[in-house]
Write a protein that binds this ligand. Sequence first.
Ligand code: FMN
Length: 358
Amino acid sequence: MPDSVDTVKGTTERRKGEHVDIVINEDVKSRINYWDDISLVHSALPEVDFDDISTEVRFLGRKIAAPLIISGMTGGFEKAHDINKNLAEAASELQIPMGVGSQRAALENSELEYTYSIVADYDIPLRIANIGAPQLIKQGEKRAYGIEDAKAAMEMIDAHLLAIHLNCLQEVVQPEGDRRATGTLRAIQSISRALPVMAKETGAGIGASVASKLKDAGVRAIDVGGLGGTSWSAVEAYRAERKGDGVGQRLGETYRNWGIPTPVSIIQSRVGLPLVATGGIRTGLDTARALCLGASAAGIAGALIKQASESKQAVLAELRNIIEELRVAMFLTASPTVQRLGRRECIITGPTKEWLNL
Ligand SMILES: Cc1cc2nc3c(=O)[nH]c(=O)nc-3n(C[C@H](O)[C@H](O)[C@H](O)COP(=O)(O)O)c2cc1C
């Protein structure tokens, strides 16, 4: 069947629902969590009171209460409205940034805007819109998105920042994926001239040369979205299995652990831009490890989706645990502020060390 606009609409909506369902109900994590290779060094004499530890930071000029970002996950179907609402309520209560998932579904069908725009009803210090880099390039019959679409995505959620996601791994293992990638950097550059853009990988990481190219293209921040957490290849393997597509299943399983580990990605992407460490963050200790390596904030997706599908209280409880764990790491490393934590020593072992000795 030709890929008409109507099939694009229906397929995108259905796919988004399947993704959330699979991430909640199946094991889709990559096999290694590289954050366990990073150790912070204990200080027996912190010379600071626990109650004086402050997690407050500025990120891209906005004051946020903790260096944590709820990474873009969803939108485009009814249940996604409730998920985004639960996440937005928690982000507003805790005063931390949040992103929405790819807004393509609503850019194609305005009836779905409400599933994203709900986040604009809340006082969130940094709202992050989301479009896919593959959509910036003409793919078969599908038109390429330009500045006007990017602006529309930002306006839809009254965003402060636009994430352009890079997801070649997912597109190439997905039977209906967009496989043209020539011209991506130029398209990102042209949007970055007009709008504040954060380049964002989605689980396969950013290496040194890509980070430099993105900086030269004018992005304001990089979310390295590295290997170690949700594996989109694993998600697509489950989708293929459910459809009885053996070829797709095999491809997804083969590439389940493909990518640059998140801690490696943070170290390699230190090109002078604010970095977000997303990919496998489960705890406040992981967050502290990321900050110690040079990230400005840690992003969390998979570890919050189940709670987000339940209630605002469940999201809040998990995030409060993470913030408390972060404060403990700051106390035990004698770091009263996040800036101080960023200057602390950390020890790198295991596969992450091997990666860095490339
Ligand atoms: C259910 C779900 C849907 C996602 N959808 C998007 C998306 O639409 N756009 C995007 O940029 N990233 C998306 N992501 C990727 C996350 O933002 C993040 O980069 C990735 O999951 C790695 O983080 P994690 O290990 O904490 O899950 C999604 C993640 C999940 C779990």
